[in-house]
Design a protein around this ligand. Structure first.
Ligand code: 2HA
Ligand code: ZN
Length: 271
């Protein structure tokens, strides 16, 4: 059996959480990541018949029975994942009853997975229906994106349109747009269901006055989606209060989307 501290998926979690912390997106225990792993890759490092303990997940995830995830811990700080992954992360498998997580590694201090597990697993279920290769769900509190939710209408079309207008790359990176939820209480099944509903249409879901969710095939792709929204939101917060001399016009957004051969939300433009 190989040493789990050499596993590529563990080093991806360590590097990504450290990077996000340094960007100032994940203050204190803010943010959480779940990353679906192949059974065969985990079996190189862990005895999959050895369950440390079981933890109820509080809802039923039948489509995820047997699936294995590495997940950040509740109350844990992204700042500390790099130096102590075994306390701040856990590897869980969804048990045959669909409502229990079997802990295979981690949460060494008796902890458990993020309070946002419902939004994560429900989002995984929604995205896997659209893209069987989806692996990552990431939640974070990027500063400008959050600032923008204070001053911009919380509407899928209007929010996406403003972000697309900020820089040419945006429509190329997320031609499917951004879903936006109003302020809601976090950490429960209700916000999980609302997030997953948006994930039927989008890989990005903004939580008004809270943060953002991204979903993708790899850690890089998912991080890149959120990073691009955050860059555009930074631009918006720099220019929103200034007289606008130039913008990317809707027919120009069409030209970009068509030049790149994208399937995009044409209904989000005012043509
Ligand atoms: O885990 O970000 O939404 C802390 C949070 C809750
Ligand atoms: Zn949060």
């Amino acid at each position: 059996m190989k040493d789990i501290f050499t596993a590529p998926f563990l080093s991806e979690m360590r590097k990504t959480t450290a990077n996000m912390y340094r960007l100032g997106w994940d203050e204190r225990n803010g943010g959480n990541i779940s990353y679906m792993l192949e059974e065969s890759e985990v079996a190189e490092y862990l005895d999959l018949t050895r369950v440390i303990r079981t933890i109820p997940i509080g809802f039923s995830a039948p489509e995820l029975i047997g699936k294995i995830f590495i997940v950040t811990g509740t109350g844990k700080y992204f700042k500390n994942v790099e130096s102590d992954p075994e306390t701040n992360l856990g590897i869980i498998r969804i048990a045959d009853d669909a409502c229990t997580a079997e802990l295979l590694w981690g949460y060494r201090d008796g902890g458990k997975f993020t309070s946002e597990l419902p939004a994560h697993l429900m989002s995984h279920m929604a995205r896997l229906k659209k893209d069987p290769e989806n692996r990552v769900v990431m939640h974070t509190h990027p500063t400008a994106t959050l600032a923008m939710t204070h001053v911009h209408e919380l509407d899928d079309k209007k929010f996406t349109h403003t972000i697309w207008e900020m820089c040419t790359e945006c429509i190329v990176v997320f031609p499917d747009g951004i879903g936006v939820l109003p302020w809601m209480v976090c950490g429960n099944n209700e916000i999980g269901i609302a997030t997953a509903e948006k994930m039927n249409d989008y890989r990005l879901v903004v939580w008004g006055l809270h943060g953002i969710y991204g979903a993708g095939k790899t850690m890089d792709e998912t991080f890149g989606l959120i990073e691009t929204v955050e860059k555009a939101a930074q631009l918006y917060m720099m220019i929103a209060h200034l007289p606008h001399k130039n913008t990317i016009l809707d027919h120009e957004l069409v030209a970009v989307a068509e030049a790149f051969g994208l399937t995009y939300r044409k209904d989000f433009l005012n043509l």
